[in-house]
Design a protein around this ligand. Structure first.
Ligand code: TRP
Ligand code: ZN
Length: 523
């Protein structure tokens, strides 16, 4: 499902033609050209959409040019997989429903490692070839623009585990002693199903996961029950709100599942049976409360289910905001009930609004995910009485430039520093600097409106800046230039009178929590 990026006027004084108007004019002009071309005999055979051509092998993301594909738009993934932990073998049958967005002679999916056993397009055998991450599919019949088609792919093999670039830290499809943890960013989905693997193409999902009886398979969204026969249990789940591929999970293990309802929505908390209940039950038990707190700040919770997963896996060092079902490292929790453990829950829940419902347009927009999620931790800190956002900002602002969160500037961190501390901390500081500049009331309007208008869609840094300018009526280019794109420490924002009388000298709890998670390998 590709959402049309909503454009906003790039100028608060309204001197220029808005981007939207320009785009509408361009579309109108293109339509005119098509009509003219269609009526000329030379191109009549191709009908609308020009000649039949292969879809592009990538969406053109500046950081990951090969991610995703062009020429079609996926609406739904119906994933049917069987996993055998003893042999690490996965057998899959994926049925993908998509719409051609150009006349297609062939198209690509992203798929890594596993062996393809057969591909059918609209029920007819298709041919394929592979090169790196690209699975190139030639359907028996060409696909005209606008055609809704299905691709069925049968496959098997041992899913490949990724490592986070530049580190030995595992990510993606991670094999555990009794199953698998499936969580990664940006790479995970293509290692267990064929996919249009870029945030720009959201889709709904249904999951059917078969595992040895006695194990559980936890996916996103709503539980549709399980049945057991002949030593196998099949678990079914549905995530019907559009989801970005990297947020899908099928985490398998021996879990103690706590089921409840929150405002009528399923709340599914899964804890590895090997973990003591004292470890994470307390912090994850606050999921409903923290969700409601954040909904008060950001707007209505985006999805139809909620929950979290904690596996007993020694090589998982991060959390990932899988839609409706965050996967958490067990290392973020301890056996005492402390507020420190709740910050990561607030962080991952905040991603449900910013990151999951409002996705990045391109991977260089990543600070919009991590800056918002980190800022949500600061809001939660205030609620806990452990420091206000202003106090936390002042504490961080006073630290020397040698602190790793100052560099590089978070607006364009580069592929190798996509998840550096700056994207989180200086990203959150950018939001607070905006708040100090435009005031609390307009800031609230900006963060709520950004979610409301981009819900189930995407947003880019440029659009965010334009939107903040439009809401506040202020020219904010210099502010964002300084905070997001300039190497030096930005000037202290807003009227100096807003500064906390004496910036805290003790490290705020939320900063301590972040540092601890970050040191554990959280990136
Ligand atoms: N986005 C995750 C979070 O903020 C952390 C993260 C960054 C991550 N890079 C990752 C998780 C790579 C898994 C793989 O909670
Ligand atoms: Zn995050």
């Amino acid at each position: 499902m590709r959402t049309i990026t909503r454009s906003v006027s790039s100028n608060t004084r309204g001197l220029c033609m808005s981007v939207r108007t320009k785009r509408l004019l361009a579309v109108a002009a293109a339509g005119l050209t098509l009509v003219l071309l269609a009526s000329t005999p030379a191109t009549a055979g191709a009908s609308q959409g020009g000649a039949f051509r292969p879809g592009a092998p990538g969406v053109g993301d500046p950081y990951f040019p090969g991610y995703g594909n062009g020429g079609y738009d996926v609406a739904h993934y119906d994933l049917n997989v069987k996993y055998v932990p003893a042999t690490d073998q996965l057998t899959g049958h994926a049925v993908i429903r998509a719409t051609a967005t150009q006349n297609l002679s062939r198209f690509n999916l992203d798929f890594v490692g596993l062996t393809v056993d057969g591909i059918w397009v609209d029920g007819r055998r298709a041919t394929w070839s592979r090169s790196g991450q690209e699975l190139m599919i030639t359907p028996a019949r060409k696909l005209p623009r606008g055609r809704i088609f299905t691709v069925a792919v049968k496959y098997h093999g041992v899913p490949q585990t990724f490592t986070i670039p530049g580190t030995p830290i595992l990510a993606g499809f991670m094999h555990t002693d009794d199953g698998a943890v499936v969580a990664g960013q940006p790479e995970v989905a293509a290692s267990w199903y064929p996919v249009n693997d870029h945030p720009q193409d959201k889709a709904s999902y249904t999951f059917t996961v078969t595992v040895p009886a006695g194990l559980e398979a936890i996916c996103n969204g709503i539980p549709l029950g399980s049945h057991t026969a002949n030593g196998w249990t099949t678990w079914r789940w549905a995530e019907l709100t559009p989801m970005i591929s990297y947020l899908s999970t099928a985490t398998i293990g021996d879990f103690r599942i706590k089921r409840s309802f929150h405002h009528g929505q399923p709340m599914i908390l899964a804890f590895d049976k090997d973990l003591p209940p004292l470890l994470a039950d307390d912090a994850l038990g606050r999921t409903a409360e923290i969700t409601d707190f954040l909904a008060g700040k950001f707007g209505e919770y985006p999805f139809e289910a909620n929950g979290g997963i904690v596996d007993d896996f020694d090589k998982l060092f991060f959390a990932l905001e899988n839609q409706t079902r965050t996967v958490y490292s067990k290392f973020f929790f301890d056996e005492t009930t402390t507020t420190g453990e709740t910050y990561v829950v607030a962080h991952e829940l905040a991603h449900q609004w910013y990151g999951d419902s409002v996705g990045v347009q391109q991977w260089d927009d990543i600070w919009l995910n991590e800056g918002f999620a980190t800022y949500a931790e600061w809001l939660w800190s205030e609620r806990l009485g452990e420091g206000t956002p202003q106090e936390i900002f002042d504490f961080l602002y006073d630290q020397p430039l040698t602190e790793d969160y100052w560099a590089p500037p978070p607006g364009d961190p580069g592929v190798d520093q996509l998840f550096d501390a700056t994207v989180y901390v200086r990203g959150a500081m950018t939001l607070h600097a905006l708040r100090m500049t435009i005031g609390d009331a307009d800031f609230r309007k900006v963060i709520r409106g950004w979610y409301a208008r981009n819900r189930n869609g995407h947003g880019s840094t440029k659009e965010f800046i334009n939107y903040a300018e439009r809401v506040s009526g202020e020219q904010l280019d210099a502010l964002f230039q300084a905070w997001l794109f300039t190497d030096t420490k930005p000037a202290y924002p807003g009227p100096a009178a807003q500064r906390t009388a004496a910036a805290p000298t003790a490290v705020p709890n939320v900063v301590r929590s972040f540092d601890k998670r970050y040191a554990a390998g959280w990136r």
